[in-house]
Design a protein around this ligand. Structure first.
Ligand SMILES: Nc1nc2c(ncn2[C@@H]2O[C@H](COP(=O)(O)OP(=O)(O)OP(=O)(O)O)[C@@H](O)[C@H]2O)c(=O)[nH]1
Length: 355
């Protein structure tokens, strides 16, 4: 989930409120037209407008899902239309049917409270024109009753609004925390825990990013520790792990930060030297070989080469972003370098002239 989906979820919630609001207004307008509560039947312009607008907007929302409508604007418009209707109808209501204003007010408050339970602004936009109109038309006869009728849903909505804001902040905080955790897990899944270098997956990911940035002239370098099985067998797996970690750090230190260094297998490493040519890459490979040699990790069972840990290296340039072919060639060159006596570097070009 991203902050984008969070926003679209909020948007969806608002649009649901809008649909409920339009539906309830259409019902309320119909009810007002039939007027079963009062003997006076009045079909006023604002009443017809409320009915047609709410049905029209409901259909429009249904057809054109992508378009959004401002809730505050719509609620204010409907509030004004209801206020206008009450203003037109009230003079025609007989004196003894004095409950008209309070019932009209209650029905507007009811619709607002149902549709905008989580939206204080839209609730106020919808109810305020009617509250003011009703208070004005009543001329102080039932002010306390009316204020009580207004205060009750208002307090409820304010409390609900505050709770909802707290819940939203909590849910949003939780969502961002989960996103962070997800990123950490993704990062971890791309890194080899022993050496801290990229694993195959991490390498693939960095390679794709590199291609996306349009990087060309890359050289694939494959490196392998010489006689590492003998090292493990005689010094033990723990010491083997330590040697791997030290060799990895030496390789990482010998290249630029924009080069990609990965552990590709047990004691096999891969470096992608970026924006370089084979000649420069060979120099870098020589620097890596020397750095590993200079670690002077004792390895008595590498005696035919040296008395310390050494590595052999194969290199091949990458053509037209074809990593697999370059890797195969570099691996072949590495194999040859091993046969040349180990602690050796061989490029794909040198390999061809040797054949
Ligand atoms: N300690 C340790 N050893 C590992 C790890 N992964 C692979 N190895 C060992 O690395 C050794 C690789 O041996 P081989 O592939 O036979 O090659 P080698 O002995 O290095 O011989 P050459 O490559 O021909 O010089 C094996 O003994 C593996 O057990 C690891 O994570 N930790």
């Amino acid at each position: 989930m991203t902050s984008q989906t969070w926003r679209s979820l909020l948007q969806e919630k608002y649009q649901l409120s809008l649909r409920l609001f339009l539906f309830l207004n259409a019902l309320s307008a119909l009810f007002s037209m039939l007027s079963p509560l009062f003997r006076v039947k009045m079909i006023t312009v604002p009443l017809v407008s409320i009915l047609t607008l709410s049905i029209g907007l409901l259909i429009w929302r249904w057809v054109s899902q992508a378009r959004t409508i401002s809730l505050n604007l719509i609620s204010l418009l409907f509030g004004l239309l209801w206020a206008w209707h009450i203003y037109l109808k009230q003079p025609h209501i007989p004196q003894h049917e004095s409950s008209y204003l309070i019932i009209a007010l209650m029905s507007v408050l009811f619709v607002g409270a149902l549709a905008f339970i989580n939206n204080l602004k839209a609730f106020i936009c919808h109810c305020l024109p009617v509250i003011l109109t009703v208070l004005w038309l009543d001329q102080g006869q039932h002010t306390i009753r009316m204020l009580y009728a207004v205060a009750l849903p208002m307090v409820g909505i304010v409390i609900q609004h505050l709770i909802q804001k707290r819940n939203d902040a909590f849910a949003q905080g939780l969502m961002f925390k989960l996103m962070e955790e997800k990123k950490t897990l993704t990062d971890l899944s791309m890194v080899d825990p022993l050496t801290g270098l990229y694993n195959r997956r991490g390498f693939q990911n960095r390679l794709e990013n590199l291609f996306a940035l349009g990087s060309e002239r890359n050289v694939v370098v494959v490196l392998d520790i010489d006689h590492f099985k003998a090292y493990n067998d005689h010094y033990g797996h723990m010491m083997g792990d330590q040697a791997l970690a030290r060799v990895s750090a030496a390789i990482r230190d010998a290249v630029r930060s924009r080069d990609i260094v990965a552990r590709f297998g047990g004691e096999e490493f891969l470096v992608l030297l970026t924006n370089t040519d084979l000649e420069m890459a060979r120099k870098t490979a020589e620097r890596i070989r020397q750095r590993v040699f200079d670690l002077r990790i004792p390895h008595r069972f590498n005696a035919e080469v040296a008395t310390n840990v050494t590595i052999s290296i194969g290199l091949a340039p990458m053509h037209e972003r074809n990593f697999n072919d370059a890797f195969k060639l570099a691996d072949k060159a590495l194999y040859k370098a091993k046969h040349l006596g180990r602690n050796h570097i061989l490029t794909s070009e040198e390999m061809e002239t040797e054949q």
